[in-house]
Design a binder for this molecule. Structure first.
Ligand SMILES: [Zn+2]
Ligand SMILES: [Zn+2]
Length: 301
């Protein structure tokens, strides 16, 4: 799993900081999460192939999370894209995008498919044999979802030294990895647990976009490997968090602690602070494994 942060600052784009967007690479998928202004420039800067993006997840319709979307969709057209593009986002996103495409007479020449969301309960958005994506309902000034990306358990691990003890045909190894008992060439049924170990632990990534402190999400993200949680404010500006429905670094850390996640990544920093290290210092008072997002930063899990 590889996470590339394209932008992780609140509000307006600036010379050296971008609003929210990130790319999650998971089991050969390249999922784009949020698409603030400047996203396509950052995709190019990070040498991410546009054609590999087939699914875009938009958390909410505030500009710092979606104002880059129509530009990116338009660029895909200019690049002669042919493959489908799926956009998942709040109800209204289709109207916003299609109005601009209609009035500029710039309809896409590739299939553009919208999946509009309005449920306040978690919803399964995407699933294949290796990965699933579901919404995480959040508490912000407008309808907002986070997204939970989960790997499914892979095949069991072959214990080569053990399997060699039995006269098992190599063509059966795939069945063994799938957990089946197989018959050896000597006619003996070999119990699977003798020749395999448990599969690698599936990874999961929870992206929690703009939200007030919202403990209701904890049960859904319990034991997630990686949690990205917004932390717009430091303690000194705590009084701003509740009315704007944002979180402080400590509130993000409390969510991480209660949910028992493996690692917390902080982002969506207000640009009023000259040094983002302070976010990490504050969060560390509640949770020990904290990292800071930053534009262009890559996390590999
Ligand atoms: Zn925001
Ligand atoms: Zn917002």
């Amino acid at each position: 799993m590889k996470l590339t942060i394209l932008g992780c600052y609140a509000a307006t784009p600036r010379t050296f900081t971008n609003p929210t967007s990130q790319v999650l690479e998971i089991n050969n998928h390249l999922f784009l999460i949020d698409c603030g202004e400047g996203t396509q420039v950052e995709l190019r800067r990070n040498k991410i192939k546009f054609s590999r993006i087939k699914h875009i997840f938009i958390s909410h319709l505030h500009g710092d999370h979606c104002f880059g979307l129509v530009g990116l969709i338009s660029t895909f057209r200019l690049l002669n894209r042919e493959s489908e593009l799926h956009v998942y986002g709040p109800k209204g996103i289709k109207e916003i995008i299609t109005l601009q495409l209609k009035l500029s007479k710039s309809w896409t020449n590739y299939p553009l498919l919208f999946h509009e969301l309005d449920s306040k309960s978690p919803e399964l958005l995407f699933e294949d044999e290796k990965v699933s994506v579901e919404t995480i309902p959040l508490d912000h000034r407008i309808y907002t979802n986070g997204f939970l990306f989960k790997e499914k358990p892979g095949p069991r691990k072959l214990l080569i030294n053990e399997i060699m003890k039995y006269n098992i045909d190599v063509s059966l190894y795939q069945s063994v990895k799938m957990g089946k008992d197989v018959e050896s060439n000597d006619g003996e049924i070999i119990p699977n647990h003798l020749v395999t170990g448990p599969p690698a632990k599936p990874m999961s990534y929870a992206f929690c976009s703009d939200t007030a402190y919202y403990p209701e999400m904890i049960s859904q993200i319990k034991n997630t490997s990686i949690l990205y949680h917004e932390s717009t404010f430091l303690e000194v500006n705590r009084e701003l968090a509740a009315p704007t429905k944002h979180s402080t670094a400590i509130q993000a850390a409390l969510i991480a602690k209660e949910a028992n996640v493996g690692k917390l990544i902080l982002g969506h920093f207000s640009t009023r602070y000259p040094n983002i290290q302070l976010f990490k210092e504050e969060a560390l008072s509640e949770f020990s494994n904290v990292e800071l997002a930053d534009d262009g930063k890559i996390f590999t899990f």
